[in-house]
Design a protein around this ligand. Structure first.
Ligand code: HEC
Length: 172
């Protein structure tokens, strides 16, 4: 379950999450773990926002490194490969990061649009396109051929844009 990967939750929230996943049904008994200042027990769901933010940041940073390498006359293909791996492994996690209840309509502080939950099949297709593009990138990195990596950058950039255009708040 994705919640186990939370980056830096409060210890109380983590303990609660762990005890909930460990005990399954007995949630009702455990929820009383001292909440500070009477805050509702929302954080368990909202921690996923941090997780998906970090996952996209990782993708964004890795993609930047790859594009930067292509500007060198002799690109570091080890770096390209390592970052292509990050993108590939983060891409397959995307679909776990958008549970019901974590969109703007639910009051979440997020750039995700409600269209994600309104058109789940289109969102899945966009995620699938991203996974495929990341695999093309990984193969290109393995080939150590700058032209292939360049083509893969185009493919991958298209996958980001396709999803962001439909499902992410356009902030600029
Ligand atoms: C399947 C949809 C999808 C794909 C594909 C996708 N993104 Fe995103 N991305 C999003 C959504 C939705 C958000 C907003 C997440 C949020 O605010 O909760 C986001 C946010 C981001 C962020 C900001 C981090 C954040 O959470 O605020 C970066 C950086 C980013 N994406 C980079 C990329 C790059 C680079 C690619 C392609 C290599 C990519 N994304 C592909 C949907 C996608």
């Amino acid at each position: 379950m994705a919640l186990a990967r939370i980056a830096a939750p409060s210890l109380a929230a983590l303990a609660l999450t762990l005890s909930l996943s460990a005990c399954g049904e007995t949630a009702d008994d455990t929820v009383v773990a001292e909440s500070e200042g009477g805050m509702a027990a929302a954080p368990a769901d909202m921690d996923i926002l941090e997780v998906r933010h970090e996952n996209f940041e990782g993708i964004g940073d890795a993609f930047k490194v790859i594009r930067g390498e292509l500007e060198n006359s002799s690109p570091d293909f080890d770096a390209i490969q390592a970052n292509a791996r990050i993108i590939t492994s983060n891409a397959v996690l995307i679909s776990d990061h958008f549970p019901e209840g974590t969109g703007p309509a639910d009051g979440a502080d997020t750039e995700a649009l409600d269209t994600i939950w309104e058109r789940p099949e289109d969102f899945s297709a966009a995620t699938e396109q991203m996974i495929q593009a990341s695999q093309i990138m990984l193969a290109a990195a393995d080939s150590r051929d700058a032209a292939q990596v360049q083509a893969a950058v185009k493919e991958l950039g298209g996958a980001c844009k396709n999803c962001h255009d439909q499902f992410r708040l356009d902030e600029d």
